[in-house]
Design a binder for this molecule. Structure first.
Ligand code: NIG
Ligand code: FE
Length: 419
């Protein structure tokens, strides 16, 4: 029997991003499944049929109660997914932004007690309510751009209380607004002032106290580490991530961002869900990733902001790797929450094609978050997360740099922006 539908988006250029095998890797990333004049029928928050009009009409029952949205002349995509952000932080760091613009170096600012540590001070000082309030505004910016799922890291507390406060803010926001949030514990983000002369002591504190407490509270799904020269070494990262794995967390990594340390190799060794940044990934790192299921996530907005060399996207794709893209939204190295802008930067500066870019922010991003069964493409059975863009071809979306073309955003079958 034909299923009664409550929502129909009809006649648009539908980027289904539907792929059998995911993540989409290497040359296959050039292949972006698109349907001209497609109908997307939804019921109960899920997609029930996608296809040309005649086919969808055969499969579903349209009633007087069905909400019909005419998308003729527009582009319909899956809800965009931002799989790497530092959404929750106190304060802001515009002073550093302008210092860097005048030539100051990111790591030098950090070593002088600014950078991440300046956000740590502001986040420790902020109330839970303040973190929720600013988080709410930032999620609204993202939702209005068509972003319906966002990974959110802690890491501006570096003490148990503030790390839990950040993750609690994520939990509260999940209950009150539509963007799906994926919480990640990033306690290993910098050395806190209390442990300035005792880095081993901080690693022990994370292992023995913080990780078990975060697990016990049930407030994080992933654990991430900033593996970097002067921050967490590969050996320290391995200990933290292994402990996290023992406790049942899934893993993500800030890998090979400023220096080629072997972060990608460690991500592969531990079978992390993702290895992110990779500006300085080595040939050996690429080979290690190829032999793993790790999804590499590029954050070209960070290289853009820090004016650093970009990750070798073409080399990684030529080797056959899958790629996802994310903003890295944070108060220091990348203060943009705009995934559409990051898509444009990816086309311009790492030579990704629009097809690769859309695969990167839909199905591959979903895969990196362990949600590809439910999110990341428009296929029967998947959650009805859709964006309608006010242009007639998806290639125009990264092209109109910095313009928000998202007109209607639908989360789990509900219109949450527009109309
Ligand atoms: O992903 N690299 C480490 N962490 C962030 C920056 C955080 C900050 O500057 O506040 C990043 O770039
Ligand atoms: Fe980051």
């Amino acid at each position: 029997m034909a299923e009664r539908i409550d929502l129909l988006v009809k006649g648009g250029q539908v980027v289904t991003a539907a792929h059998r095998a995911c993540p989409v890797r290497g040359r296959t990333m050039q292949n972006l499944p698109v349907l001209e004049g497609g109908w997307v029928a939804c019921a109960g928050g899920k997609v029930v049929a996608v296809g040309p009009e005649e086919k969808v009409r055969e499969q579903v029952e349209i009633t007087a109660k069905t909400e019909v949205i005419d998308a003729a002349g527009k582009v319909v995509t899956p809800g965009l997914i931002d799989p790497h952000t530092h959404l929750i932080f106190g304060g802001s760091r515009e002073d550093e932004f302008y210092l860097r613009a005048q030539g100051a170096d990111y790591m030098e600012i950090m070593e002088a007690g600014g950078g991440i540590l300046s956000s740590v001070r502001a986040t420790r000082a902020a109330s839970l309510e303040e973190l929720v309030e600013t988080g709410r505004q930032r999620l609204r910016w993202m939702l209005e751009l068509g972003v319906t799922t966002v990974e959110c890291k802690s890491g501006y507390g570096l003490d148990l209380e503030t790390e839990l406060k950040q993750l609690e803010a994520v939990r509260i926001l999940q209950r009150e607004q539509p963007v799906e949030l994926v919480p990640t514990f990033l306690g290993a983000h910098a050395w806190p002032p209390e442990y300035a002369g005792d880095h081993e002591g901080f690693v022990e504190f994370l292992l023995d106290t913080v990780l078990p407490a975060v697990k016990e509270q049930g407030v994080a799904e992933y654990v991430d580490v900033f593996t970097e020269k002067g921050v967490f070494s590969v050996e320290q990262s391995r200990r933290i991530l292994q402990k996290a794995q023992e406790l049942g967390f899934k893993l993500r990594m800030h890998a090979d961002e400023m220096h080629s340390l072997g972060g990608a190799e460690l991500a592969a060794e531990l079978n992390a869900a993702s290895a992110d940044h990779l500006l300085m990934v080595s040939g050996q790192g690429i080979r290690a990733l190829l032999e793993s299921d790790v999804v590499p996530i590029l954050l070209p907005g960070t290289a853009f902001t820090l004016r650093k060399p970009y990750a070798p996207a073409r080399k990684m794709l030529a080797a056959g790797l899958p790629l996802a893209l994310a903003t890295d939204f944070n108060p220091g190295s990348c203060p943009t929450a705009n995934l559409l802008l990051v898509m444009s930067i990816a086309c311009l500066y790492v030579a990704m094609t629009p097809e690769e870019v859309f695969n990167a922010v839909t199905i591959n991003a979903a895969h990196s978050l362990g949600r590809s069964q439910r999110l990341g493409s428009l296929e029967p059975g998947k959650q009805a997360d859709l964006v309608i863009f006010a242009v007639d071809d998806y290639k125009k979306i990264p092209y109109y740099i910095g313009v928000n073309l998202a007109e209607t955003v639908i989360k789990a079958g509900q219109v949450v922006v527009g109309n």
